[in-house]
Design a protein around this ligand. Structure first.
Ligand code: ZN
Ligand code: ZN
Length: 226
């Protein structure tokens, strides 16, 4: 493959999806239900036909990431990929229980646990992964790796060019904007290990879904002492 890999953030309501384009095009996350027009609009702006998107990687099963996967699969014909441990929630269109890590998580949980914000159109995934998945067959130099913690089936996209897209593995601190743990984690210990795993790949730019980033490797090392 020639040329470089481009990561194009698509700002959505309260979250971000990412178009990754090289020889092929993939989408990472899909936003809340109702995000399809913003994503299709961005593709159009980039002169990418919907059917050129052949894969939708879901970093995890939460509605702000998986919410528009069903409709976007319909509109693009792309395959939908998720980790085995988040697949059942995707099939049910549910987010599962939120386990607060940070104080703000306890407060926000009251809002995000509500039926209205936690449900989304269910979808049967096309590709279910365990440890890793090579993106080569989709025309992208890079891979999807498991980075559990926020949910047990959370994954990150690690590109050969040094970019990483990590979903909700990290969320900024409110005041400093430095990377911090997410508001919720199913397993904080696994989450810490996943941050270490990410750092071991020595990414140059770490893209996150909410309110900030991209972070540098130095940002991560400074904050987490890894
Ligand atoms: Zn999440
Ligand atoms: Zn999120």
């Amino acid at each position: 493959m020639n040329g470089s890999t481009a990561v194009i953030p698509v700002p959505l309501k309260m979250t971000t999806a990412f178009i990754v384009k090289e020889e092929g095009t993939i989408l990472v996350d899909s936003g809340y239900p109702g995000s399809e027009s913003a994503i299709l609009g961005k593709l159009n702006e980039l002169n990418i036909a919907p059917e050129d998107v052949r894969l939708i990687v879901l970093t995890h099963c939460h509605p702000d990431h998986a919410g528009s996967a069903s409709i976007l699969r319909e509109k693009t014909g792309a395959k939908v990929l998720i980790h085995r441990l988040d697949a059942d929630k995707l099939r049910n269109g549910t987010q599962g229980e939120l386990h607060s890590v940070r104080f703000v998580g306890r407060i926000l949980k009251l809002f995000f646990d509500r039926e209205k914000t936690s449900k989304y159109p269910p979808i049967e995934p096309d590709i279910i992964i365990d440890d890793s998945f090579d993106l080569g067959e989709y025309g992208i130099r890079g891979q999807v790796i498991s980075t559990p913690g926020h949910t047990l089936g959370s994954v990150s996209v690690i590109l050969d060019n040094g970019d990483a897209i990590v979903g909700d593995l990290l969320i900024p601190s409110f005041l400093s904007n430095k990377p911090n743990f997410p508001f919720w984690a199913d397993d904080l210990n696994e989450l810490k290990k996943s941050i270490q795993k990410l750092v071991n790949y020595a990414p140059k730019r770490v893209y996150i879904a909410h309110f900030g980033g991209p972070y540098s490797l130095a940002d991560l090392k400074e904050k987490f002492h890894v």
